[in-house]
Design a protein around this ligand. Structure first.
Ligand SMILES: [Fe+2]
Length: 291
């Protein structure tokens, strides 16, 4: 036996849908992973865009350590962090909170309104309803590749303006919106109104593949166009990218962890579990300026 032969990582990758998403078995994320396992997880991340790990038992420190495997962790702007853990947000809805808006309840890529949006995000489930509260994901490579050559060519040349709508003064929810009291979201922050321009089609820095990069929460309009002019095509794209063929749906179980790539996916948190308590710990991985 040659001592320097690379060790085969013993992870099992089971795709959950044709478009994206895979469950990874055989990894205990509370331990320090060896290099071969880390390489295998990162390769699966680039191939499947969303990875799911079940039955984990993670302290906040261990979740942050896992987050660091993919890049520097970043603080979540405009959302209160967990006491003593600046990189962790508690995504919580209590059982007695009914008819309230929840965090992530529309298709989006996390904080695409930042000049350098997070590369990826991680959610770890502590308490989940017996059913309901699923998270949906959409593959933005597949959505781009399914467009006609003429549409792709046109979009390739466009940029879009993104704004932190939910947190700013101009586009935030009205006072009539009942929001969950269990997550500390800051509203009416002028710095969230800052307009950031990103390419409508971005090239993934690791895979070199092109992905659509617009979403209903943060994208305001195309650059150098009005909102009214932009609306019809943006609406078409939002409808197109969330076709069931481009998506997968994750059913949470206690101890499940999801890691997704914000550069090539959108996600949607389904708010269909009034009457149940749901608690997850969320971290984000710092990213680079989209190109
Ligand atoms: Fe999100």
């Amino acid at each position: 036996m040659i001592a320097s032969a690379p060790r085969r990582a013993a992870i099992e990758v089971r795709p959950v849908a044709g478009a994206l998403g895979a469950e990874i078995a055989g990894v205990d994320l509370s331990r320090k992973l060896d290099d071969a396992t880390i390489d295998a997880v990162i390769a699966a991340f680039h191939e499947h865009l969303v990875l799911f790990f079940r039955g984990q038992r993670l302290t906040p420190e261990q979740q942050v350590a896992f987050t660091r495997l993919f890049g520097p962790p970043m603080e979540t702007p405009f959302v209160e962090a967990m006491e003593g853990y600046p990189f962790i947000v508690k995504v919580l809805k209590e059982a007695d909170e009914r008819n309230v808006s929840t965090f992530g309840n529309a298709w989006h890529s996390d904080f695409s309104s930042l000049a350098e949006p997070p590369l990826g995000s991680i959610l770890y489930a502590l308490e989940v309803p017996e059913y309901g509260g699923d998270t949906l994901f959409a593959n933005m490579y597949a959505a781009y590749e399914a467009l006609s050559p003429g549409m792709r060519r046109m979009l390739d040349g466009l940029r879009a303006i993104h704004v932190g709508k939910p947190y700013g003064t101009k586009y935030g929810p009205g006072k009539e919106l009942r929001t969950s009291r269990s997550i500390g979201i800051e509203r009416n922050r002028p710095e969230a109104d800052l307009e950031v321009s990103h390419p409508v089609v971005r090239t993934h820095p690791e895979t070199g593949r092109k992905a659509l990069f617009v979403n209903a929460i943060y994208t305001l309009r195309f650059a150098d166009m009005t909102e009214a002019e932009s609306r019809p095509l943006l609406d078409y794209l939002y409808q197109h990218v969330t076709r069931p063929e481009f998506t997968c749906r994750f059913r949470w179980t206690p101890g499940a962890l999801a890691l997704w790539d914000n550069r090539a996916t959108l996600h949607y948190a389904v708010n269909d579990y009034d009457g149940s308590r749901r608690l997850l710990h969320r971290t984000m991985i710092a990213g680079t300026r989209p190109v």
